[in-house]
Write a protein that binds this ligand. Structure first.
Ligand SMILES: NC(=O)C1=CN([C@@H]2O[C@H](COP(=O)(O)OP(=O)(O)OC[C@H]3O[C@@H](n4cnc5c(N)ncnc54)[C@H](OP(=O)(O)O)[C@@H]3O)[C@@H](O)[C@H]2O)C=CC1
Ligand SMILES: Nc1nc(O)c(N)c(N[C@@H]2O[C@H](COP(=O)(O)O)[C@@H](O)[C@H]2O)n1
Length: 219
């Protein structure tokens, strides 16, 4: 599977506030770029932290992009994927609406009734890992269900785990003209952090967009 991570951060490297409230960092041109990246993907993924904080829909805004996908015989919108070991996604979350297919990745130890309530809400459940979603195994299972190109939008906990498991192929980060601050505010890669063997990036493009800059790396 080819994995593209895209996120917007403030000039001081934060994805949102210390209250984990979503902040508009991108401008209109960057949001259009994000919509195009979504349209090129088979699925768009977030961690359950982002679902609980933002209730995102992760669908396409631009009707032309929907029409282009349909003309190619693809589903109108990419599928949505949530990494959610303990099935904390609310059954009425936007990500489970019937606009697009949804996959919820859960751990083996999660009680069947929780898993069942999300399945009833329309999610396709993927079990991988004993007590936390094991990303390499989950991605293999997603690939078997047709997800060959995956876009990941965040948040910082999930992005760190993807780098840790060496699963990221490209990283795109829009750096917007804001300072958010806060030692507990999420950054692009949180988790435990690396102390050795830091993932190395190859800067392939720098572009001024809106009032910020888009940095694109191969991993
Ligand atoms: N500016 C931007 O572009 C973006 C900003 N955001 C912001 O980020 C914040 C949310 O980020 P964050 O709190 O880091 O949460 P995440 O969205 O990264 O979700 C983290 C949760 O995912 C679950 N998870 C399951 N499997 C794994 C795994 N293998 N590795 C890591 N996590 C896993 C864990 O919960 P469990 O153990 O229960 O499974 C974990 O707590 C929000 O404030 C949101 O607004 C989010 C996306 C983009
Ligand atoms: N690219 C980008 N720029 C920002 O400024 C942002 N705040 C985000 N947030 C991400 O977008 C999701 C919302 O998606 P929907 O509009 O609901 O489809 C949000 O959950 C973050 O993942 N992204």
């Amino acid at each position: 599977m080819y994995v593209v991570v895209n996120a917007a951060m403030s000039a001081d490297g934060k994805l949102s506030t210390r209250e984990r409230r979503q902040i508009r960092i991108s401008g209109p041109e960057d949001f259009e770029r994000v919509d195009r990246l979504r349209a090129e993907s088979d699925a768009v993924m977030v961690g359950v932290g982002t679902v609980l904080a933002d209730d995102p829909s992760l669908t396409l805004d631009d009707r032309d992009l929907v029409a282009e996908r349909e003309a190619m015989g693809r589903d109108p919108h990419p599928a949505r994927v949530v990494a959610d070991s303990h099935a904390r996604t609310p059954p009425d979350a936007s990500i489970l609406d019937d606009t697009a297919k949804s996959f919820v990745l859960v751990a083996e130890e999660e009680p069947t009734e929780h898993v069942q309530s999300l399945a009833t809400a329309g999610a396709e459940m993927v079990v991988a890992g004993e007590n936390r979603v094991e990303l390499p195994e989950a991605f293999e299972k997603l690939e078997n269900r047709g997800v060959e190109r995956l876009m990941v939008e965040g948040g910082g906990e999930l992005i760190f785990s993807l780098f840790e498991a060496d699963l990221v192929d490209e990283l795109h980060t829009f750096v917007g003209p804001k300072v958010i601050g806060g030692r507990d505010a999420p950054t692009l890669a949180d988790g435990e952090g690396f102390v050795v063997d830091f993932p190395e990036l190859d800067l392939v493009n720098v572009e001024r967009i809106d009032d910020g800059v888009l940095l694109s790396y191969d991993v």
